[in-house]
Design a protein around this ligand. Structure first.
Ligand code: F6R
Length: 608
């Protein structure tokens, strides 16, 4: 999704803006641009395409300036072209970058056209910049002009604005889209994501909805509804090199191989004497979980698949009902509230607009306490929740989520145990789960050794248009996640089914051209699954079976078994997701797609 960076300094900020844009690239974008104030005149550059192209064009112009704003745009209103790229500029005076969506832009556009403004883009953003220009003409004060303009905007925004008539000032505001101030020494920054600012500072202030900040080199003033407000300063632990790719060809590959360490980090300090500590969710956990009699999980995409998997653990170990819903559906369904239902949001980024809105909706409706399982410490979802469990996977840059998913799964398993303890769970079961958790990093190391086998297998998929993924029970959501990984980075249409459902429709799709991938660990459903696979085999489908042992089925030309070895039943969903990540990665590599930034997708989906 769109990214913002801005800076007010004494030194030249152009290299800082470009580096910041590069660090925001992982979020997904299709055009980029910047505007600076150079000796009281506004200069800007935009490109349709990559930041590298913008950087090259800037080098050619020798642009340098102490104040500026920059943006990566992920198209919502209007195509991904030069005109629609940000900054949007009004009458060579006001330059603005914007993340979010202006819902009432058609009405505002009509009004502005009546006032004589000409529109050069198809963006909703352009109405904001002209409005600010209009109000600046009335008040001759940039802060007032921004504040007055935002009163007419319906929708979500994070904006940054500059004006050469007030050099050395940058006005920024947020409502529903994240924005953070970076505090430097004699310089200040603004960004939509701290990753953009890590090379220049580790001190941050997270703006809240309604906040407007007037940023200068040596000071900043935050106001909300016109009143001055103070916001806490956070020191980030994120290291600049944590978001670097190193010798790896792709972030996704790096992140797949970081999983043993990510899992170790998620476990660290959370288990003591074979017991999962309740306080890992925060100091008030005991009180908040005391009367819980059900769980509602809300998430999107990969995080939703983690939730679907977690449901099996919660119902099995905690013995309380758990429902899982896609956030964008939950928020509009008018669900029936229950004050004893724990609301669990799962989100890698903690900024997903639908998940945030669904959490808000749950709170408004009167659901019980909320728990966020999240990977980004200072994110909006974390700040909004009563309890928090950080997944500690480290920054995930590849758009396709991998290590965030497996650490979410582990977090849900720990949640199931903590809820179980509130429901008289037998200590022996807890110890058995803790033993399985402790061997998880080593088991992941083992399964990663399948790397070259899976690389070879990927060749079979390169010319395929479709693929079916099958699983049963707790491994059905793992099959769903395998299908999502394959479709999002290799662009092969992939669907997942619970294997028992095949004969109720999807079997009609099976022929010799249809690869069928089965997640088939050794568990009580394996025999049932085998019967389903026979149905595929009988129709000439190509089977790829991920199983503990080769013996699951006779290997033939069109039946390949990928052997994972002995895997503990409790943690097998976590282990089985890893070869599916590798499969998607290698298929995408053969197909030559942009693995880390697949087309049309964004890492952090901050619009509805
Ligand atoms: C797919 C993927 C997405 C995200 C989804 C939710 O690989 O990463 O489906 O899972 O956009 O994002 P978060 O977890 O940040 O709320």
């Amino acid at each position: 999704m769109c990214g913002i960076i801005g800076a007010v300094a004494e030194r030249d900020v152009v290299p800082i803006l470009i580096e910041g844009l590069k660090r925001l690239e992982y979020r997904g974008y299709d055009s980029a641009g910047l505007a600076v104030i150079d000796q009281q005149s506004l200069k800007s550059k935009k490109v349709s395409g990559k930041v590298a192209k913008l950087e090259q064009e800037i080098k050619d112009t020798l642009l340098s300036a102490p104040t500026g704003i920059a943006h990566t745009r992920w198209a919502t209103h209007g195509k991904a072209n030069y005109e629609n790229a940000h900054p949007q500029i009004s009458k060579e005076l006001i330059a603005l970058v914007h993340n979010g969506i202006v819902e009432n832009y058609s009405k505002l556009r009509l009004q502005l056209e009546q006032w004589g403004y000409e529109f050069n883009s198809k963006t909703d953003t352009e109405v904001i910049v002209h409005l600010i220009h209009y109000h600046f003409n009335q008040s001759n004060d940039l802060l007032t002009a921004v504040r007055t303009s935002l009163q007419s905007i319906e929708g979500t925004y994070a904006i940054a604005v500059i004006n050469p008539e007030v050099p050395g000032h940058l006005i920024a505001a947020r409502h529903g889209s994240p924005l953070v101030i970076g505090i430097g020494i004699g310089e200040h920054f603004i960004a939509s994501d701290i990753a953009a600012l890590i090379p220049v500072t580790q001190k941050f202030i997270f703006l809240e909805d309604g906040d407007i900040v007037d940023l200068q080199r040596n000071s900043f003033k935050i106001t909300n509804s016109g009143n001055p407000v103070k916001r806490a300063i956070h020191i980030s632990q994120l290291q600049a090199n944590a978001v670097e790719r190193g010798q790896y060809r792709h972030y996704m590959y790096k992140e797949i191989f970081e999983q043993p360490q990510a899992i170790k980090n998620t476990i660290e300090n959370r288990i003591h004497n074979s017991s999962i500590l309740e306080t890992i969710f925060g100091p008030s956990t005991h009180k908040l979980l005391k009367n819980i009699n059900s769980v509602q999980i809300i998430a999107c995409g990969t995080s939703y698949h983690a939730g679907l998997t977690g449901r099996y653990w919660i119902e099995k170990f905690a013995k309380i009902p758990c429902t899982v819903e896609i956030a964008s559906e939950f928020r509009y369904r008018n669900p029936l509230p229950n004050s004893q239902t724990l609301v669990v949001t799962l989100s890698q980024s903690g900024e997903t607009a639908d998940t945030l809105a669904a959490l808000n909706e749950a709170k408004q409706l009167g659901f019980g306490p909320s728990l966020a399982i999240c990977n980004v410490p200072e994110s909006a979802i974390v700040r909004m929740s009563d309890m928090v469990l950080m997944t500690h996977a480290g920054p995930e840059i590849g758009v396709a989520s991998t290590k965030a998913f497996t650490t979410q799964l582990l977090s849900l398993l720990m949640l199931a145990v903590v809820l179980g303890k509130h429901n008289n769970m037998d200590h022996k079961i807890e110890h058995r789960i803790v033993d399985a958790i402790n061997i998880l990093p080593a088991q992941i190391e083992n399964v990663l050794k399948l790397n070259s086998i899976i690389e070879q297998l990927a060749g079979d998929f390169a010319d395929k248009q479709h693929a079916l993924f099958l699983g049963r029970g707790i491994h059905y959501p793992i099959a769903m996640e395998g299908a999502l990984k394959l479709k999002e980075i290799s662009y092969i249409h992939a669907e997942a089914y619970p294997a028992g459902e095949l004969k109720h429709g999807p079997l009609a799709l099976v022929d010799s051209k249809m690869p069928v991938i089965a997640v088939a660990p050794n568990n009580i459903l394996q025999e049932k699954l085998k019967s389903n696979l026979q149905e595929v085999q009988a129709r000439g489908g190509q089977l790829y079976i991920f199983a503990n042992h080769r013996a699951i089925m006779q290997e033939l030309d069109y039946v390949k078994v990928i052997e994972l070895g002995e895997v503990d039943d409790i943690i097998s969903p976590i282990i089985y997701s890893i070869p599916l990540q590798l499969l998607a990665y290698y298929v995408a590599l053969i197909k030559g797609t942009d693995v880390d930034k697949p087309r049309n997708l964004a890492k952090s989906v901050t619009v509805e």
